[in-house]
Ligand binder design. Structure first.
Ligand SMILES: Cc1cc2nc3c(=O)[nH]c(=O)nc-3n(C[C@H](O)[C@H](O)[C@H](O)COP(=O)(O)OP(=O)(O)OC[C@H]3O[C@@H](n4cnc5c(N)ncnc54)[C@H](O)[C@@H]3O)c2cc1C
Length: 388
């Protein structure tokens, strides 16, 4: 499979790297230390057009695909994962579902604001008792005259306390007990309230929130995918989450690549017993293994993204390649960030060097967007069905 980057893709990648270095590097620790939402960085992303990379051109975006999104997210993730996650929500979150499966009115209402960085849409999937097992979800929506009424309590919505709108996955019990679909809800709609913002180990600039949807009126125009007894809507929703998984994998490659870069620099400068530590075979081998793993994970992400783009954005995403890329990139990022701390010795454990933040930040990506265990379950199921 040919995954040579075009000149335009190389330019976009270089632009993202330059932007991350110029604007985001020096402030990356601030969001973490202060648990501060990187609002300023979101404005910079929007000004550069990065919030609209995957939004179709007719709605003010660049109309690019999964590979371009992955290239940008890797470069941002290498420097400031909190900022990358905000970008990811615009590139690979609910706007994808709206662009691919929303009607004209829904696209018109949301996508230009997404591209402009003025509408962050929180993902309302997980519930306190339904994470990996989405089918245990309790959220329910019922017809109420011409509209609908939603009753839901969602957990772990990334940036839910700052979102302008929510993409809420819910049961449609009137269509069947297992019917599930998705609706859009404005954050300021009566009955919507943020009940808790979680304090976290890492990614402390962009926390997850618990959000209650208490008897919320949902106009029919805001039903994005109506649940059906055959489960078509839910399959489509799950397929759309594959874009998010790809972006998650790309950010993991970014963190790993960033931690590797920091480690090479440190190992070249640190003198122990009169020698640079990079000249010690034990350290050199660590760097060799780290760089090989980063390269392998990156190729898997590019392969899956290229395949998704080649299929077309309204087509099912390549589930096997994406699950493999996510599992591998999640694991590699943790291993590489961990080794980076080891190479930095005692300093690696202090908050004076970025590698400890990278280690904490990236940990959550092995849980969000479907845990590594769930990816492996999916891979095994697809192999059983004959996928290669
Ligand atoms: C940083 C971060 C961001 C997130 N952002 C969002 C968001 O924006 N919107 C949203 O809706 N959710 C979000 N989530 C929630 C995330 O999707 C869930 O945490 C995840 O799906 C796991 O669900 P759970 O926490 O309920 O764990 P559980 O489902 O209770 O799982 C607990 C453990 O059991 C394992 N397990 C469960 N079932 C199986 C199985 N069948 N086989 C093997 N192992 C299994 C899991 O892998 C895990 O290790 C986010 C989470 C994190 C950490």
């Amino acid at each position: 499979m040919d995954i040579t980057l075009t000149q335009a893709q190389q330019d976009l990648r270089a632009l993202a790297a330059e932007l991350a270095d110029r604007e985001f590097r020096s402030r990356a620790s601030r969001w973490d230390e202060n648990e501060e939402y990187p609002e300023e960085n979101l404005a910079i992303l929007a000004k550069q057009g990065f919030t609209g990379i995957t939004v179709p051109e007719e709605y003010g975006g660049l109309g690019l695909g999964d590979l371009e999104a992955a290239l940008v997210l890797e470069e941002l993730g290498a420097v400031c994962l909190s900022t990358a996650v905000l970008c990811q929500l615009h590139l690979n979150g609910p706007p994808r579902a709206i662009a691919n499966f929303g009607n004209d009115e829904q696209r018109e209402r949301f996508l230009p604001r997404v591209a402009a960085g003025e509408c962050l849409i929180g993902i309302g999937m997980t519930e306190p008792d339904a994470g990996s097992d989405a089918m245990s979800m309790r959220a329910r929506i019922r017809r109420d005259g011409d509209a609908w009424k939603l009753e839901a309590y969602k957990n772990m919505i990334t940036a839910g306390h700052k979102a302008q709108a929510f993409f809420v996955v819910t049961r449609f019990p009137e269509a069947g007990e297992r019917a599930m679909g998705a609706v859009m809800v404005d954050a300021d709609a009566p009955g919507v309230s943020v009940s808790k913002v979680h304090k976290k180990m890492g990614l402390r600039g962009v926390p997850e929130a618990e959000v209650a949807f208490d008897d919320v009126l949902v106009p029919s125009a805001d039903v994005l995918m109506e649940g059906d007894a055959e489960g078509r809507a839910m399959r489509t929703i799950l397929s759309q989450f594959n874009h998010e998984r790809l972006g998650n994998s790309a950010m993991c490659v970014g963190v790993a690549a960033g931690a590797l870069r920091e480690s090479i620099r440190y190992a070249q400068e640190r003198i122990v017993g009169g020698k640079r530590i990079i000249d010690l075979q034990g350290i050199g081998w660590k760097l060799a293994e780290m760089s090989t793993k980063v390269e392998a994970a990156r190729l898997m992400v590019w392969r899956a993204a290229s395949k998704a783009d080649a299929a077309g954005h309204d087509q099912p995403t390549p589930a096997l390649e994406i699950a493999q890329a996510k599992w591998y990139a999640n694991v590699v990022a943790q291993e590489v960030a961990n080794e980076a701390i080891q190479i930095h010795g005692g300093y690696g454990y202090t908050r004076e060097f970025p590698v400890e933040r990278m280690f904490r930040d990236v940990r959550g990506l092995a849980i969000g967007a479907g845990t590594i265990e769930i990816q492996k379950n999916l891979i095994a199921r697809l192999l059983d069905r004959g996928s290669k």
